[in-house]
Design a protein around this ligand. Sequence first.
Ligand SMILES: CC(C)(COP(=O)(O)OP(=O)(O)OC[C@H]1O[C@@H](n2cnc3c(N)ncnc32)[C@H](O)[C@@H]1OP(=O)(O)O)[C@@H](O)C(=O)NCCC(=O)NCCS
Length: 163
Amino acid sequence: MTADDTALLRHATLAAMNWQAPTFTDAELDRPDFAHYFAGFDPSRDHGVVAVDGDGPVGVAWVRSLPADDPGYGFVSEDVPELTLAVEPRGRGRGIGNALLTRLLAAGRTAGWPGVSLSVEDGNTGARILYERVGFRTVGRNGDSDTMLVRFRPAPGGALVHQ
Ligand SMILES: CC(C)(COP(=O)(O)OP(=O)(O)OC[C@H]1O[C@@H](n2cnc3c(N)ncnc32)[C@H](O)[C@@H]1OP(=O)(O)O)[C@@H](O)C(=O)NCCC(=O)NCCS
């Protein structure tokens, strides 16, 4: 994912927010607490992966490192980037979400992030199962959502592994 992917990130942010039903409109994404998920994506600090099929991008997972004075809904600390994930309806149930998450977490371990956080709304059971499967655990509560965290820790040999 590059700095040119803002439109893709905006689309995916809306898909993640509207996981259940079309609750939010595209225009509402310009609210600062939503826009910071996609505006100004900077590959030197942020990281994202895109799945592509014959019709174009079909899924996206990315992290932003947001400051404490402009936190995301799944904020844990400034050194823990926050994840967003969305797969197009045409691609769901084929392992794409799992593949994107696995790839992104591997990149994070290699890069030495202390972990990754996220926010998952009550009722989004499919996403929650997927997150738990790759190692996320609930560490907090924000409104009607759980904050989940996967921590990486140095292994005895120096490699970073899931805690
Ligand atoms: C959640 C989402 C990213 C899952 O993507 P996906 O590509 O369909 O997920 P996968 O096919 O990789 O599924 C991996 C596992 O997650 C779980 N899972 C995913 N969707 C599920 C659902 N609807 N119900 C139950 N379990 C589900 C299953 O355990 C699944 O493994 P299995 O197929 O072996 O049973 C996708 O449904 C989506 O984009 N939803 C709308 C946006 C959203 O909710 N984003 C997350 C916001 S927190």
